[in-house]
Every structure is written in C-alpha cells, then in structure tokens.
Ligand binder design. Sequence first.
Ligand code: PHE
Length: 346
Amino acid sequence: MELAQLTQDLETLAAETATALAGAPDVASLDALEVDVLGKKGRLTGVLRGIGALPVDDRPKVGAVANRVRAGIEAEIAERRAVLGSAELDARLAAETIDVTMPGRPFRHGSLHPSIESMFEIARIFGQFGFVVHESPEIEDDLTNFQDLNIPPDHPARDLWDTLYVDIPGHLLRTHTSPGQLHVMRTMQPPIRALLPGRCFRYEAIDASHGSEFFQVEGIMVDEGTTMGDLRGLLDEFAHAMFGAGKRTRFRPGYYPFTEPSVAFDVECLVCGGPGCPACGRSGWMTILGAGMIHPVVLRRGGLDPERYQGFAFGMGPERISMLRHRITDLRLFLENDVRFLGQFR
Ligand code: PHE
C-alpha cells in the first residue's frame, strides 16, 4: 500500500461524501450517511485500515490527511443538518398550525347531587351554631333503632317505620337517623351539638313522595337547661337561612315516641306565601321537619341523667328540603340519576 494511494482514497471519500450530502433529502438520510462514512464500521475506518501496511514514517502523514478529511466531513454534516432540520421544522409548523381563535370543545362540569348539596347547606347553617357532623351506621339492631328510642317491640308507633330487615338476627336497615342520637350521647359528653346526616331505608310503596331509600339529617343538642325555646329559635334561624329571611314559621303538635313534647315544624308556603294553593294543600304551610324535647327514657338509655340534662332533637329529609326550594314535585327523580335532572343544580 502506498502513501499516495491512501491519500487519494481519502480525498475520494471526501468528495463522494460531499456529493451525497448535497443530495440528502432529510435529516434521517443524513443520519444514515453519517453512520456509513464516520461510523465505527464506516468507510473512513475502512480506508484507514490500510495505514498498518505503510512504512512507519508515512503513517503520521496519512493520519494528518485523515483528520482533516474527518473534520471537514463532520463540519459539512453539521451544516447540512442545521439547514435540513430547520426546513423540516418549518414544514411541520406549517402543517400543524393551530387556529387558536376556533371555539373550544365544551367542557362538561359535574355537579353535586341535589340531596348532597342540600345536606351540605344544612350542615353549613347548623355549623354556624356549633353543630358538628357525625356519622352513624346504616345497619342497626332493633334495640338502637327502636327500643332504646322508647319504641317497644309491639308498640303501634312501629307502623310509622316499615322496616327492611337484614340476614343478621335482630338487625335491620335503619329506618331513620334517630338511633344516631344514642351513639352520640354514648360517645360525647354534654354540651352536645351534633348533626347526623345519612341514608335511611323503609319498606315503602314508592310514589312521588315516598321512597324506600332516602336521606335524613338528624340534629341533637343536649346540655343543662336546654329548652324548647332554644329549639324554636334555632329552627327559626335555620328556616330563614334556608328559605329566606322573614319567612313565617310555626310549631304544630306532633308525636314521636322518643321526644316529649313532639312537634312538626312548618314554614309558610314557599309558593303562595300563606293564602293557600295546591302546592301546600291549601293550608298555607309546608312541613319541614319533626322535632321535640328528647324523652327522659332516651336520655337515660344514652347514659345521661335526665334530672341534670335536657335536650332536643330534630330530623329532616334533605330531599324534601330540596323539593321545596327548587319546586321539585317527584321524589323519584332523586334516585333515577338522570343527568338532565342532576345537571340543573350547579
Ligand atoms: N326520626 C323521625 C322520623 O324519622 C324524625 C324525628 C327526629 C323526630 C328527631 C323527632 C326528633 O320521622
């Protein structure tokens, strides 16, 4: 192998590479060319393999030419890559234009279920009076759902709560949130101000105003010297916050075995405001909840001394509150999960 021949081969490689570079259409072919010429098993390495056959004195000379050729090719590739790269970027930018003035795709917002929204609002209002939210089980035993609430096994008041039983003997799905009163009294010390929201279950024929599954929010306050006046004032504040300042309210005598005396709490009809209309059964009033002073038997079953402590409790249906506020006429809508209904309560 001769020095002149090797040098010639290197120059040929440089010239051919320059031609190929000029014709490379894109960055990918450039990459391939780079591997082909400068790569570990590339053409330059192939030519330089001949160095070993040269006289020792000639080797540095070829090395110098090889280095110059390599540097030249590297510079040309870099230059060409910059040109092709920016051309490709321009093409992509042109092809992928985004018209930022186009209207966007509508973003569908979810919303709280009206029952939940109603319970949040109830909790927010009573929260201002120091009531804290507690949870209470959905499966209860007969003792806590009925007997400790002063409803003995064959008491006729049981007819008020048609019950769904579960497979565990003596256990049932709670028919109201009132058993929560006992749990609260057994775990908290007076002064007690608690709110117990939760799902209740009854064996009911389902119609526009009765469901077998619905929510209740129970409230309980126990302290020394708690009176019916406290209950009246608190419920007035609640009705005004929920339905509007200045709405008239009234207590009507009611009956629950676990409160004595018991009342129904009414607010003036939200549709007619008093004279009477179909929405209020022509009475001018709408019933919001049941309430009363906690029966001494219940206080005692809750572990409290009725001689020292008095308290009141109330129970309301958030669906009913929601129906009154939004003029909804059918309770079944709350369980059907039709988004056309649910989406109206943002
Ligand atoms: N638990 C009663 C019901 O389900 C409501 C109520 C609660 C009444 C607390 C008085 C006191 O109808």
